[in-house]
Design a protein around this ligand. Structure first.
Ligand code: NAD
Ligand code: GLY
Length: 370
């Protein structure tokens, strides 16, 4: 088992990573927590149908008093109504601060379950138990817990570090391909910004001629190494800037334009990972325009994208709509924009006041032509 100990001001906590760790889940709860009486698992119907029964059997076998709250699947359920539903259940189950809430699912369940755990009795014990790649390499770590409100994404939330994170790479082997691609985009981001070894491992372990290559990649033991490297990076970044005051913005590479593409496409047709993939290519092109990096860097990244089935051409969207999305960027102020650009591999830089001309040119250069 690989263990990362995250040290934040709010809390110190372990990330336990091992294929098959689910079978020892109850032992890890008992080892890491004392004085709890009940465990409440928050999940959704899809994850429950695939992995929930086994978890329940393990909790029963371990003689823990446990409850499972099953929500509907989807980003549209990451809201205060779902939080209200969970609060009512926690009250029905008579949950106290020493009890444990387990968020068992993708980023949606992690954000929502974490938000509820952070507010119920001003904070109950929280175990993040992510079942998607995004959850395992990103959203479970670092304490951003949040819900959407009135169609505004991630607007009501908190910083609340979990008490433990359990990562079982076997759980992600049931993901659909589009969800694998979603997660790979974030993994490539870590590789480009922080750790080139990740790109090398991906490069060496994917055979472009094989159509089921992504399913095969995530089953390989080396994928656990990739997850570990990403978790390690994320935990170091969070330790340096727990409350996202500056340095943590580096995790936002590709997201500045990515979020705008996602929004301009009305959230449905392009998922987050696809939008971030395209956003990273635009950020690289802006870096090329500003003479920070050479054009062959972009060619190298696109070669890897092809192997990983990551999209790099933006579908035909209205450029004004895309640019319009920038005003919602949390890194920007009313007087200046802020981009994460590159001086080379693993050489990120913050760049302020990039001209709108350059941004527009780099978006249209990468957009599907009529
Ligand atoms: P998700 O939680 O919606 O999961 C994607 C899909 O995969 C869902 O249909 C889900 O039911 C399904 N699924 C989950 N586990 C599965 C499994 N093992 N097998 C088969 N299907 C499975 O989406 P996501 O991509 O995991 O997370 C996206 C969310 O995370 C967004 O709400 C985003 O805002 C948030 N997020 C938060 C942070 C953070 O730091 N808190 C970081 C990144 C993303
Ligand atoms: N996912 C970005 C962050 O945690 O800051």
């Amino acid at each position: 088992m690989r263990v990362i100990n995250v040290k934040t001001r709010l809390r110190k906590y372990p990330i336990l990573i091992e294929s098959g760790i689910t079978e020892d889940f109850v032992d890890h709860l008992k080892k890491n927590f004392s004085g709890f009486n009940k465990v409440v698992v928050i999940t959704n119907n899809k994850v429950f149908a695939i992995h929930g029964q086994r978890l329940k059997e393990l909790l029963d076998k371990g003689k823990l008093e446990s409850y499972i709250v099953v929500l509907e699947d989807g980003e549209e359920f990451k809201n205060l109504e779902s939080a209200d539903y969970i609060y009512k259940k926690l009250i029905d189950f008579n949950i106290h601060r020493n009890d444990i809430v387990v968020a068992f699912g993708g980023g949606v369940i992690g954000d929502l379950g974490g938000f509820v755990a952070s507010t119920f009795h001003r904070g109950v014990r929280l175990v993040q138990y992510p079942t998607t790649i995004i959850g395992q390499v990103d959203s479970s770590i670092g304490g951003k817990v949040v819900v959407n409100y009135n169609s505004i994404k991630n607007v009501i939330g908190n910083f609340y570090q979990p008490h433990m994170i359990i990562i079982d790479p076997l759980l992600i082997t049931t993901l659909e391909e589009r969800e694998i691609i979603n997660g790979l985009a974030e993994i490539v981001k870590y590789g480009i910004v922080f750790d080139r070894k990740i790109l090398k491992i991906l490069e060496e372990n994917v055979d472009e001629g094989n159509d089921s290559r992504l399913f095969e990649l995530i089953k390989k033991s080396v994928f656990e190494e990739i997850i570990y490297r990403c978790c390690h990076i994320k935990s170091v970044v969070v330790e340096k800037d727990e409350f996202d005051l500056g340095y943590r913005n580096l995790l936002n590479f590709g997201h500045t334009i990515g979020h705008c593409i996602e929004k301009a496409a009305k959230l449905e047709e392009i998922n987050h990972g696809q939008a971030v993939s395209m956003g990273m290519i635009v950020a690289i092109d802006i870096s090329v325009e500003l003479n920070l990096v050479k054009k062959d860097f972009k060619d190298m990244i696109i070669k890897l994208y092809r192997k990983l089935k990551l999209p790099y051409i933006i579908p035909q969207l209205n450029i004004t709509d895309i640019i319009g999305g920038l005003k919602y960027d949390k890194k920007f102020t009313s007087t200046r924009n802020k981009f994460i650009l590159l001086k080379g591999i693993n050489k990120p830089v913050f760049y302020y006041n990039v001209s709108q001309d350059i941004v527009e040119r780099c978006i249209s250069k990468n957009m599907e032509q009529a």
